[in-house]
Design a protein around this ligand. Sequence first.
Ligand SMILES: [Zn+2]
Length: 64
Amino acid sequence: MSDDHEQYTCPKCGYLNLWTRAEILQRGKEEIYRGDNEVVYSLRCKNPQGCDQRMRIAVKRREK
Ligand SMILES: [Zn+2]
């Protein structure tokens, strides 16, 4: 993951999802903790047509 955003193509609908770190923290659902440094978020596809695919994205924890 780059420092401040993440992108992936949805495997279900092919929509290119672009997420900023702030969006991931706000809208993602925390699923898995990997030690003290990393959290895996479950993100719903952003396709405006509607898509229920979820992707898991690992995000590094950061001190505020
Ligand atoms: Zn999708």
